[in-house]
Ligand binder design. Structure first.
Ligand code: SF4
Ligand code: SF4
Length: 253
């Protein structure tokens, strides 16, 4: 087995749900740490105070521009990691932190929370709030296969990771209208209602099994887009589905 890759988790302005989701892999996390990845940086999980060199850095939370330490840490993480990941809806789109406009009791000076791609280049998004535990585990395994695997494994990993890279290339602006254009109008919506349940201002309502977006009410936080399971739907993954799942299953045995 090739040597392990190194993974870190940089915690910015988020609720820690993404970090919890990483730990929620239970035995899967142990297997990951035994065979594929060393966790070299993570709030509360690793006793390291300075951002180290790493293969993959998962960044949780949006970046507060008023917080110089966060901005510097994020830039340092970018310099020191081969692959920088916006881990979760807040890092990718701002999500609920878009709501913050200063005056909070514990952080009165913090006003401008932005998706991390407004500060540094981002290679890959893992959307959702928080992402499911299996998703982050799969990304970690696929990153390992991409960096250390044979040709066939590299191809499968590329097929799996490409939609997440394309999401990062698409940019950090996502609103209810994007959900309409990219998902609903494309016939990809399966009527699950997640977008309506996610919207913090109730701008999305389900009508006759389909979401309806009230544009005037939308604050463009991107939560619905980050959470929608079809916003990064990709046929390359579907066509390679069995091979990808076999590779992940094999790796986790
Ligand atoms: S529709 Fe709601 S969840 Fe979606 S971007 Fe607008 S405010 Fe955010
Ligand atoms: S979350 Fe996506 S798939 Fe689910 S109802 Fe909303 S638009 Fe449709």
């Amino acid at each position: 087995m090739a040597e392990k890759i190194t993974i870190g988790e940089l915690h910015l302005s988020g609720c820690t749900g993404c970090l919890v989701t990483l730990a929620d892999n239970y035995e899967g996390l142990f297997k990951l740490l035994d065979d594929y990845a060393d966790l070299v940086y993570a709030l509360t999980l690793v006793d390291v105070r300075h951002v180290p060199e790493m293969d993959v850095c998962l960044v949780e939370g949006s970046c507060c521009l008023d917080d110089k330490l966060s901005v510097e840490e994020l830039k340092e993480a970018r310099e020191k990691s081969k692959v920088l990941v916006a881990y979760g809806g807040c890092a990718a789109y701002g999500n609920i932190t878009r709501f913050c406009r200063g005056g909070q009791w514990n952080q009165p000076g913090q006003e401008a929370f932005v998706p991390i791609s407004e500060v540094v280049d981002v290679d890959l998004y893992i959307p959702s709030c928080p992402p499911c535990p299996q998703e982050v585990r799969n990304v970690a395994v696929m990153a390992y296969l991409l960096l250390k695997g044979n040709e066939e494994q590299k191809n499968l990993a590329t097929a799996y990771l490409t939609p997440l890279m394309q999401l990062a290339q698409r940019g950090n602006e996502a609103c209810g209208c994007d959900l309409m254009y990219d998902v609903i109008n494309q016939g990809l919506c399966m009527g699950c209602g997640t977008c309506a349940g996610t919207c913090p201002v109730r701008a999305v309502t389900m009508e006759y099994g389909k979401p309806n977006v009230n544009r005037d009410q939308c604050i463009k936080c991107g939560a619905c887009y980050a959470q929608c399971p079809r916003s990064w739907f990709n046929f390359d993954v579907m066509n390679n589905y069995e091979g990808i799942m076999d590779a992940i299953k094999g790796a986790m045995q």
